[in-house]
Design a protein around this ligand. Structure first.
Ligand SMILES: [Zn+2]
Ligand SMILES: [Zn+2]
Length: 357
């Protein structure tokens, strides 16, 4: 039996939600506000060996659990990885406090929402009406019902790296070359050549908080468009910040997220090495990296998610719940684009005609 906890308003017994504007709990009925006690617990990074232990153990299986509402007696079914839910009958708030313990590793800290729903809506309205190529009907779109605030589990990875690189740096130079042109005349032209020189070197780089989403439904490429999150504002996890918001434990496998972080770091190391090596260009770059002091933590970050329909097609966007940074898909106006392509073709034809004349 899952551990279900309720947080009724001490004044009227109604539901309390975490209010992103006041950073307090707020009663939906009598509007009383209650501060959330902050803990001084230090948010620690754990050595990567603790994570490696779980590489081969799969996440637990999803199960439905029944919750009998203490207010109205109705039974609501929820998934065992869902943290917060509401009674489907009376809307009573409840918290499945075991959800974060559903998988082997529980989150240690959280950044609470500071962008409210109305601020998220305003951000959307501003964003959607910007840009010439988009449909002007978009600005009247209402997204109130589909805009949802989610607390998403993220892994952060730290590592110190020692990198040895070697390769060939290329420097361009020009040579005069004789040739016969199309009219049979001899002429000279300047040809670009590359002089190659073997080089090697090493450098250290510390990666601090490489952020990988543990959520399955939004791709990593999509979510990182609304980075950064200011992680210095992380607070020890307190479930009261989650009251009234959607939240789940992580879904991707621990090993998969670790490898995604490694791939990201290796990509950055390769680019840094290329910058050290290159003159005008480079080839045969080899990099050898030694990772030390690897650590991780599991945290929870706020994100607004929305899917909206426009002319029968679905589009997605997301908003960073801490900073308000927005990213997503916008439908292009086909008429405007069609006209632009037509104009470009006409210009090309005109240039061709003029240059022949
Ligand atoms: Zn109340
Ligand atoms: Zn109920």
């Amino acid at each position: 039996m899952a551990e279900i906890q309720e947080f009724p308003c001490p004044n009227c017994g109604s539901e309390l939600n975490f209010d992103s504007e006041s950073i307090q709990l707020k009663c939906l009925h009598c509007h009383s506000k209650f501060p959330i006690e902050t803990s001084t617990h230090i948010i620690e990074e754990k050595p990567i060996e603790e994570l490696r232990k779980w590489f081969k153990s799969p996440n637990k299986e999803l199960k439905q659990i029944a919750y009998a509402c203490k207010k109205c007696g109705q039974t609501t079914f929820i998934n065992n990885n869902e943290v917060f839910f509401e009674c489907k009958d009376c809307g009573n708030n409840a918290m499945n406090t075991e959800a974060y313990g559903f998988n082997p590793i529980s989150p240690s800290s959280i950044i609470p929402f500071s962008i409210s729903k109305s601020e998220a809506q305003d951000a959307f309205t501003k964003w959607i009406s910007k840009g010439f190529w988009y449909d002007s009907d978009l600005k009247d779109l209402s997204i109130t019902d589909s805009l949802e605030g989610h607390y998403i589990p993220f892994w952060t990875f730290d590592a110190n790296t020692y990198n040895q690189w070697s390769g060939e740096a290329g420097t361009y130079y020009f040579e005069q070359q004789a040739y016969t042109d199309s009219k049979g005349k001899r002429a000279t032209r300047s040809v670009r050549k590359t002089r190659w020189r073997y080089r090697q070197g090493n450098f250290t780089h510390f990666f601090d908080d490489v952020l990988i989403s543990g959520n399955d439904s939004i791709s990593q490429n999509f979510v990182q468009q609304v980075y950064p999150y200011h992680l210095q504002e992380l607070k020890p996890l307190n479930e009261k910040y989650i009251l009234g918001w959607k939240a789940k434990s992580y879904e991707k496998s621990v090993e998969q997220c670790y490898h995604m972080a490694k791939e990201h770091m290796n990509g950055q190391i390769y680019n840094m090495s290329a910058n050290y090596l290159k003159g005008d260009t480079y080839r045969n770059l080899r990099v050898n990296t030694n990772f030390t002091e690897e650590s991780f933590k599991l945290i929870v970050l706020p994100l607004w998610l929305c899917t909206y329909l426009f002319k029968g097609k679905a589009y997605h966007f997301i908003i960073n719940g801490q900073t308000g940074k927005i990213y997503g898909d916008k439908p292009l106006n086909k008429v405007k684009i069609g006209l632009a392509i037509l104009l470009a073709i006409l210009i090309i034809i005109a240039i061709a005609v003029l240059s022949k004349g």
